[in-house]
Design a protein around this ligand. Sequence first.
Ligand SMILES: Cc1ncc(COP(=O)(O)O)c(C=O)c1O
Length: 444
Amino acid sequence: MRPPSYKAIVEELAAAIRSGAIPAGTRLAAHRELARERRIALATATRVYAELAAMGLVVGEPGRGTFVRVRSGYDGLEPSRALPVPRVADLSFNQPLAPGQAELLRRALRALAASGDVEALLYQHPPGGRRHDRAIVATYLLDRGIDAPPGDVLLTSGTQQALDTVLRALTRPGDVVAADALSYPGIKLLAAAHGLDLAPVPVTAAGPDLDALERICAARRVRAIYAIPTVHNPLGWVLDRERRARLVATARAHDCLIVEDGTYAFLETSPPPPLRTLAPERTCYVAGLSKNVAPGLRFGFAVVPASLAQTVTGSLRAAAWGAPGIVTALATGWMADGTVARLEEDRRADAAARQGIARAALAGLDVTAHPASHAVWLGLEPHQRPDHVAAVLAEEGILVSTAAAFATGRHRPHALRLALGTPPRDELGPALRRLRGALDAIPP
Ligand SMILES: Cc1ncc(COP(=O)(O)O)c(C=O)c1O
């Protein structure tokens, strides 16, 4: 019997992996073993695994073997929605990881396992975190222009939980929260969960319309203003000093809380002072390590006014007690040893390179973006309906988000939000050119 061609072996293994017959996480036969079993040359066995790796189905771990990739990462798709064709690119959700981050995690886990008092990780941490962990986060925040005592810094499982905790503690059902008319979709989930009334503030490319915000606050009792002043999601703006001062003045005049979301603030190297610094008495600042380190880490924090720290801590205690000890140890270790700062520098360079690719591929189209962020807001022509465009692109294997996901009010602009951070960089240009081709093919 002739040995099967290497292509047939690749196809057989790929089909078994896709069907789940070989489950995620399985260690595959060593190259030598595969060569023997299949009666092929060692170089051919190596080629089989290289091809499976290129297809994204397996991953080689130096010194440990070849493993079936765990591909259960969240991709922005609702669980009930499936792509009709094999995926070409996920432009719907940003999961930017730097090459080599798995090795970084492996090293940190080893160091953690070898560290003095591992048992300490098994004890319950106090709600909001241990003092020295909070102090490390407080020190990290100094570089962002935030000088807060560790006691006002609460550690959470991600920014979303920080936002949830703050809103749960400081608002009541029926309260009005002003939010940009286009904003981070998570704020809509929280408003729905807590019975809050979102008041959409009209937006321009440079920031929220602050006259409109003033009118909303004058007309209604606004409990809180949710703002993303530095590298806005989805529009990428960085509010200038004057706009920040105006926003704070409005909040003070109408006695509103400010909830400042700093998730993407690390992408801007020298932004004007955070709202938290301009109005520490009324601003809760939330951020985390999802976009600068890894979304799966689930580490975040809230910096709250001293007068509200106890109330917010109570809310965190009720919801989840706090962040897990092991995650906190990894996160604060990376903050303290400069790893987070290095990864942030990498991310800024990566995002700028990806923006360059996007600007070239989408030249001449209506693009709004921060020059070093992983997002593009793409305005569509009147005949290009966003939901139709998204469906057409899904047929091409390209996932995108439409403006509807970001609209806090009834108005849904004709636009897409493209997340540039997830596909391998060399696949981004071809994916965007394909997207452009699909847009051009929609008849007027
Ligand atoms: C503006 C903004 N805030 C918060 C979050 C949630 O971050 P985390 O993963 O830390 O909960 C995101 C995630 O996309 C975001 O874009």
